[in-house]
Design a protein around this ligand. Sequence first.
Ligand code: MN
Length: 197
Amino acid sequence: MTFKLPPLPYDLSALEPHISEKTLSFHYGKHHHGYVNKLNELLVDSPLASKDLETVILETSGDAQKAAIFNNAAQVWNHTFYWNSMKPAGGGEPGKDLLKRIEKDFGDFDGFCTKFKEAAITQFGSGWAWLVEDQGHLKILKTGNAETPLTHKGVTPLLTCDVWEHAYYLDYQNRRPDYLDIFLKNLANWNFAEQNL
Ligand code: MN
C-alpha cells in the first residue's frame, strides 16, 4: 500500500442537512477510496510508487500512456482538497483579507458567487470548479474529469467544488445549481482558502 486514504476532516454526518451522510459515505468511502486503491494497483512495480502524490500527478500529466495513473492520482488529490474546501456551518463571506482580494478581482462577493456558480454549472459532464490564485490575481477555473490546476504553472488552488454527479445526485438529483447555492451559502471553508493563499 503506497498511498492511503486521508481521514475525512469531519464526521460523515457533519455536513447534514446540506450533504447527507449517505452521499458522504459513498463519495468518501467508495469513490475516493476507490481512486486510492486503483492508484496503488496501477503503481505496483512502477518507479512512481516511491514518489509523493503531487509528483506522480505532475509527472503523468499530459502523458496519454499514463492517463490511468494520472486520473486516479489527481482524483485522490482533488477529493482531499474538496473535503477540506467544506466545513460544517461554512459558507457565506470569507474573512476580511480574502474578501478584499475577492472584491478587487470580482467586483463584490455576489459577483464572485455568480461567476463561481456559472463555471460549475457550465462544466459539461464531470469535473471541478476552482478558486485559484494566478500571478497575484484570484481567478475561477473549471476542469474536466480528473484535471486539476495543480498542473497549471504558477497557479495555486484555493478552494474547489466537485461537480461530478456522484457529489450531489443522491441529495439534489439533477439540480446542480441548487448544490452550488448550498456549497456557497452553507459549506465553503474560507479558512482553508485563506491558508492556501
Ligand atoms: Mn467526487
